[in-house]
Every structure is written in C-alpha cells, then in structure tokens.
Design a protein around this ligand. Structure first.
Ligand SMILES: [Zn+2]
Length: 255
C-alpha cells in the first residue's frame, strides 16, 4: 500500500468553540509555556554548545531559580525557567549579548511550534543623525522607522542631543541575516543632498566588510569580493565603528 497524506482538522485551545477554561489541560500547558520558556538565538557564525551558553548566561542573568538550556539547531536554544519572575526579567531585559554576540530573545507563543518562531529578527534602539532641524518630525521619524523590518516605538523626545548634534531615536526591527542599514541620502527642497546616518545602541560584533552581524571582517566569506569604498557616497554607506552608539543615554531635551 502506498503512502497516504494524512490531513486532520484540529482545534486550538483558543479557538471560538474551544475557549480555554482554567481547568483544561491544553490551556494550562500553553499558559505555562508562555510564562516559563523562552527561545533564544545567539547571532554568531561560531557554533556554541548549550553548556557553554548555559554557564555564561546563567551568570549574566543572575536568575533566582534554576534555568535549563536545550540545544535546538544552530545556536538556537530552548530556555526553561524554574521561576516565572526570571523569565520575565530576561525577556524585558533584552537585548542581551554573550561573548560579544547579540542574542535574540523570543517568547514561545502557544499557537506556534517552536520551529515556527521567527528568530531572524531582533530589535534595536537606533539614533538617526544628520537630519536638518526642519526635518525633525514624527512623520519623518515614522517614514525612517518603516524603512526597517518594522517600527516598534518612537522616543517621545523627538529631538535628542549628543554634543551639539540633534537626533531622532527609534526602536526598530532588524533582520539579522541582512547587512545593517547605515543611513540614507535625501535631497531637500533646495536640492541640497544630506547623508542621514544611523547608530545602533547595544550593537555587538558585526562585519565591517559585509555589514552582517555575527562575524568579523577577517572571517567574512565575502572578503574576496568586497572592495574598499572609493567615493564619498560609498564611504557614507560603509560599515565601521561609526555604527555604534554610546550605550548611555546622555541626552538633553531642547523643548
Ligand atoms: Zn562579512
């Protein structure tokens, strides 16, 4: 007999006809998972083992209860917390990093299997420099934020200052498999061209050649195909330490 495709119609614990009741087994499991489990990805080309990650992160997080790590593919780990309070602290405390590599932290949503959790995107606070004062507006902040994989939040103080330069601060979604966005050119009404540049708060190891997180230039698989920037336009778009923002928020409001 040949193989048959099996298709079943199943109902979620949260479907209309099957609302979760406090006593239902499925609802209890879903609730427990969302409160005590996290899925993390270490954004690195280096392979890490669960005991390596477990020891380092347990120390870094300083959880009150125990934490158990299970390897789930290349640098992906299922993290089970003994105490809900620890899971919450780690989730809200993101972004985290280990050995100079960024860590993506996700909750396990009950309507997905862990393999379906998107571990390709993370969030960063970015600082947007180079906009003329006339262009510091919420509308422009939204337009810039939408050029990323997603706009999460805009700093309520639209005009922050570092030194003598004002900037906009946005929390955006970044696809870690793509080169970091460095900024953009735009022309104002007088046809003057401006280079608007991005700085990332809490950015960890990334490649100055291809702009992707998780490796350095000497380990870049594209190092033979990428040439040095030759023009001002190319230099503006190049990768380097200028993408790092200072970790502290030494901001002064100019209201
Ligand atoms: Zn690279």
């Amino acid at each position: 007999m040949g193989r048959q495709d099996l298709e079943l119609s199943l109902k979620s614990n949260f479907s209309e006809e099957n609302r979760p009741s406090d006593g239902s087994f499925g609802a209890a499991v879903a609730s427990l998972v969302s409160r005590t489990v996290l899925i993390i990805r270490v954004v690195s080309n280096r392979i890490f083992k669960s005991d390596q990650i477990q020891n380092a992160l347990k120390k870094c997080w300083g959880c009150k209860g125990d934490v158990f790590f299970t390897e789930k593919g290349f640098n992906n780990f299922l993290v089970c917390f003994e105490l809900e309070v620890d899971q919450q602290m780690v989730f809200l405390g993101a972004p985290w990093s280990i050995f100079n590599y960024h860590i993506i932290v996700r909750k396990w949503l009950p309507h997905l299997t862990w393999e379906q959790i998107d571990l390709s995107k993370t969030t960063f606070w970015i600082q947007v420099f180079g906009l003329p004062v006339d262009f510091l507006s919420e509308e422009n902040a939204i337009a810039i934020g939408k050029s990323f994989a997603g706009l999460v939040e805009i700093d309520s103080c639209l005009d922050n200052i570092v030194g003598k330069e004002s900037f906009i601060r946005l929390k955006v979604c970044v696809d870690v498999n793509l080169p970091l966005a460095t900024g953009f050119f735009f022309k104002d009404e007088r046809n003057i061209c401006h280079w608007v540049r991005f700085k990332y708060e809490g950015l960890e190891e990334f490649c100055y050649l291809c702009g992707v997180m998780g490796h350095i230039a000497t380990r870049c698989v594209e190092r033979d195909t990428i040439s040095e920037p030759k023009s001002f336009m190319e230099l503006g778009k190049s990768y380097g330490p200028h993408l790092w923002a200072s970790g502290e928020r030494l901001l002064l409001s100019v209201s």
